[in-house]
Design a binder for this molecule. Structure first.
Ligand SMILES: *[C@@H]1O[C@H](CO)[C@@H](O)[C@H](O)[C@H]1NC(C)=O
Ligand SMILES: *[C@@H]1O[C@H](CO)[C@@H](O)[C@H](O)[C@H]1NC(C)=O
Ligand SMILES: *[C@@H]1O[C@H](CO)[C@@H](O)[C@H](O)[C@H]1NC(C)=O
Length: 534
């Protein structure tokens, strides 16, 4: 929050709909009074009050169409009473509630450049794996055309068999790397075609450009998920350049990459239309795809990432044990945590400097840093207040989130959407993260979820000071708000059911209407009940 009063976006700040500025408070007032009215009508024995709930009117449409509205904490995410064609939804599909029994089984072909077996997977690979396993467990058939991550110790056949044992509807097809060590999409395409000849696929899903655009062009029922586009990388480059110290020359690497970046954006704008449907993994990218990339509005769908809600969940006991194990004093006033690769572009130079300042003034504030990389050793200079933990397994990572009072992610890369933020939220922790559009439009959408700062040391110090001033109890409250929000928005189940709805809609237009009968049964009656209790 840049150290001053929080400058959370108002509807007018970034919205492209003037009417949105009417303010979400009004929308909520209308909705709440609608549901109260509904409640009264139910009490009085009225058969149906659906049309009175306020979502059918124009306020409702504005709300549905405004991914960038502030959401009034965890409760504001709810669009369960919205109805219409899902392709018209310009906010995240995660906001809807979907029934769990799909009307039809979908045969899905997934192209992804790497499959994470062993080693630390990147965000894109984890997304691919989490999403498709849940889809397979929901009854769909998924064939994955991919390549092993280098350094695998098991054989391809063993890995394929193991996956099928755990998820009977998942079928992995590994191809050998091409001469350059990259994903051999031609070979993957051959395997795909062999299977398609006897078991035609309903949907082809490409994680980023795993399937090249000139192949994708021919496929009608294809969706590509974008985890970072060239336009965002321009922003990252600017941020990287700005953290140079006075007199420090621009690195040669950066100078070179900056030169080529605009051309790369223009190239993307030209070839993206070859992909028929686009999934943006943040509200911000959805906006850029519709405006700068000039893609048809109805072909751009925002589905935010989700993380495994069984792995990442609140567990205070595990958190306390974790603290004890790593020697955090019991009288610590505050424990901050950061996780990920400890490299420059993840913002570690900033956090290192800012935390050096903070610990001078606040001797009992601690910082736990999970992960490995060049900055790991530097943090040891700030002992005993800072401690580097090395790389953690997902299970240890869950305990780590539970051990901290607030999760800090100072990333300087504005592309994509970091899973760590979502994991920390699922564990009930508030966030301190960079004030990037992808983060403030989709994750820290409200000050009740945490804090943001501009990517410079001064701003980070100011935000950290605010965190210290607010203290443990306020952080705990924010953490509870985060948990409530994440449980609705960022579960693997939510992500998968949103993708499932997209794929259903792509195979049969009847399924594009929301709600479907299955949603009515599972979501609406419950929501009515919940609203009525408000
Ligand atoms: C897959 O098979 C179906 C049915 O034969 C065919 O219509 C479709 O074009 C094939 N898909 C691709 C991408 O070749
Ligand atoms: C916290 O406890 C340690 C001993 O475990 C003690 O040395 C230190 O002074 C205490 N700090 C505060 C702020 O009470
Ligand atoms: C589309 O789905 C509806 C409802 O499930 C079904 O009645 C219809 O036959 C389907 N259409 C096609 C072309 O499969």
């Amino acid at each position: 929050m840049m150290g001053e009063k929080p400058r959370w976006r108002s509807g007018a700040a970034k919205g492209n709909l003037g009417a949105m500025a009417v303010s979400w408070r009004l929308v909520w007032a209308v909705m709440l009074s609608g549901s109260l009215l509904c409640y009264v009508m139910v009490l009085m024995g009225s058969a149906s009050c659906r049309s009175n709930v306020g979502f059918e009117g124009s306020d409702a449409r504005n709300f549905a169409n405004s991914g960038k509205l502030s959401t009034n904490g965890a409760d504001g995410v709810d669009l369960a009473l919205w109805s219409g064609d899902v392709r018209d939804l310009s906010t995240a599909w995660n906001r809807l509630c979907y029934g769990s029994k799909p009307p039809q089984r979908i045969n899905i072909a997934l192209f992804v450049k790497k499959w994470p077996t062993g080693g630390t997977p990147g965000g894109l690979e984890r997304h691919a794996m989490t999403l498709h396993r849940v889809l397979a467990d929901r009854g769909h058939v998924v064939h994955v055309f991919t390549m092993r991550q280098p350094g695998a110790t098991t054989s391809d056949e063993d890995e394929e068999a193991q996956e099928e044992q755990r998820h009977p509807n998942m079928h992995l097809h590994f191809v050998k790397p091409n001469a350059g060590g990259g994903f051999d999409h031609s070979r993957a395409w051959e395997k795909f075609s062999e299977i398609n000849a006897t078991h035609p696929f309903d949907i082809v899903h490409s994680e980023s450009v795993a399937l090249p655009h000139w192949r994708a062009r021919e496929i009608e029922k294809l969706a590509a998920s974008w985890h970072g586009i060239a336009f965002e990388v321009i922003h990252s480059d600017i941020v990287q350049d700005l953290i140079r110290k006075p007199g420090e020359p621009r690195s040669q690497e950066l100078s070179q990459s900056m030169g080529g970046r605009l051309a790369r954006v223009a190239d993307e704008v030209r070839f993206f239309p070859s992909y028929k449907h686009h999934v943006a993994t943040s509200d911000y990218v959805g906006d850029v795809l519709r405006t700068i990339y000039e893609l048809p509005l109805q072909k751009v769908h925002i589905i935010l990432n989700g993380v495994n809600e069984q792995e990442f969940r609140p567990n205070p006991f595990a958190g306390a044990a974790f603290r004890a194990k790593y020697g955090v004093p019991e009288n610590a006033s505050l424990v901050l945590g950061a996780a990920g690769r400890l490299v420059r572009d993840k913002g570690h130079p900033l956090l290192f400097e800012a935390f050096s300042e903070i610990r001078k003034k606040h001797k009992d504030v601690y910082l736990l840093v999970a992960g490995s990389g060049p900055w790991g050793d530097r943090y040891e200079e700030l002992a005993p207040n800072a401690k580097t933990l090395g790389p953690l397994t997902p299970l240890q990572l869950a305990d780590f989130y539970n051990a901290v009072d607030i999760f800090v992610n100072p990333t300087l890369r504005s592309q994509g959407l970091d899973h760590t933020l979502l994991e920390a939220m699922q564990c009930g922790k508030p966030l301190l993260a960079t004030h990037f559009s992808s983060i403030v439009w989709s994750v820290i959408t409200d000050p009740t979820f945490g804090y943001t700062f501009s990517p410079n040391v001064e701003s980070l110090v100011a935000a950290l000071e605010q965190v210290v001033t607010d203290g443990k109890e306020k952080l705990w409250e924010k953490g509870q708000t985060c948990l409530a929000y994440a449980s609705k928005m960022f579960t693997a189940k939510k992500m998968a059911s949103a993708y499932e709805r997209l794929f259903l809609c792509m195979t049969n237009e009847t399924h594009c209407m929301y709600p479907l009968p299955i949603d009515e049964q599972e979501c609406r009656s419950r929501k009515h009940g919940r609203r009525a209790l408000l």
